[in-house]
Design a binder for this molecule. Structure first.
Ligand SMILES: N[C@H](CCC[C@H](N)C(=O)O)C(=O)O
Length: 278
């Protein structure tokens, strides 16, 4: 398939609060990303490097469709920060301040705010064990694990721990234990959160398929839902992540997330690099 790209494959590099993405716009030609391509481009030494790769596709039911890969080549059903970044780009393309997109999760709405941040409705949280999914019926609000975390689905699985001090958690040691725990047949993203003040949380994340990232939008949504359910906060919270701040508002129509977006550079993956990957 490399012959389709004799001049290489253009991409954009973006980030939302430091959660970084390679974005490939495949509108008008069909999807091209494979797991092998995602792994190769995701290599921070031999490729470009990203937390997630997002591919934009044509959609009959919305302005565009979006697919996500982790840097280990696995697929992700949701990625809040990439959704915000790509929506900002598509709003520019379509000269609008709102767009509708389709992900594995279904239809999502994104809007540009007056201050330049982008807000997306990530949909309703999934609270049923089968939707998350868990391996067996469990009370998703109180998982039988040390620290009694909360399982929340946002189109992808999350395991949210509330701890006294999120800074003190040994993420590289703790994260993989729960990412690969038998309770989660499709693995899980893992969040550690602590209360900083009224409706303000600190959150650190170990992402499924990507490891430590500076922000995780769906993880911030899951953490806000879990905190509200536990009575720790109201439904509108600020979440301080390593790369900045995300604002979550759990409304009747879904969980809205607002935060910064940035398009850093555009580049071209060279035909010799692509050889054998498409
Ligand atoms: N960083 C993303 C989440 C990626 C999720 C991915 N790691 C998975 O579910 O496998 C976000 O902003 O929501």
């Amino acid at each position: 398939m490399t012959e389709l790209f004799p001049h290489g494959l253009p991409f954009m590099k973006m980030h939302g609060a430091g959660n970084d993405f390679v974005v490939i716009d495949s509108r008008g030609r069909g999807a091209v990303v494979t797991a092998a391509l995602a792994r190769a481009v995701g290599d921070r030494n031999r490729g470009v490097g990203f937390d997630q790769l997002a591919e934009i596709r044509d959609s009959a039911e919305a302005d565009f469709a979006l697919d996500f890969w982790n840097s280990d080549g696995s697929r992700a059903g949701a990625c809040g920060n990439a959704t915000r970044c790509v929506s900002d780009y598509m709003m520019g393309q379509l000269a609008r301040d709102a767009v509708e997109l389709v992900t594995q999760r279904g239809r999502l709405l994104a809007r540009r705010l007056p201050d330049g941040r982008v807000s997306v409705n990530m949909g309703h949280p999934q609270r049923d064990w089968q939707e998350i999914p868990l391996a067996a019926p469990q009370d998703t609000a109180h998982l039988p694990l040390p620290g009694t975390p909360v399982a929340v689905g946002m189109g992808n699985p999350h395991c949210v721990f509330f701890v006294a001090d999120a800074e003190a958690v040994d993420l590289p040691a703790e994260g993989p234990v729960y990412e690969h725990h038998a309770l989660f047949p499709e693995r899980t993203n893992v969040e550690f959160a602590s209360l900083l003040g009224p409706d303000r949380l600190r959150m650190r994340v170990w992402e499924r398929g990507a490891g430590i990232t500076l922000a995780c939008g769906s993880g911030a949504c899951a953490t806000a839902v879990a905190a509200a359910e536990r009575g720790l906060t109201g439904r509108k919270v600020e979440i301080v992540v390593d790369g900045g701040m995300l604002e979550i508002d759990w409304r009747d129509d879904g969980v809205w997330m607002a935060g910064p977006v940035a398009r850093v550079f555009d580049g071209i993956l060279r035909p010799d690099f692509l050889s054998g990957l498409l």
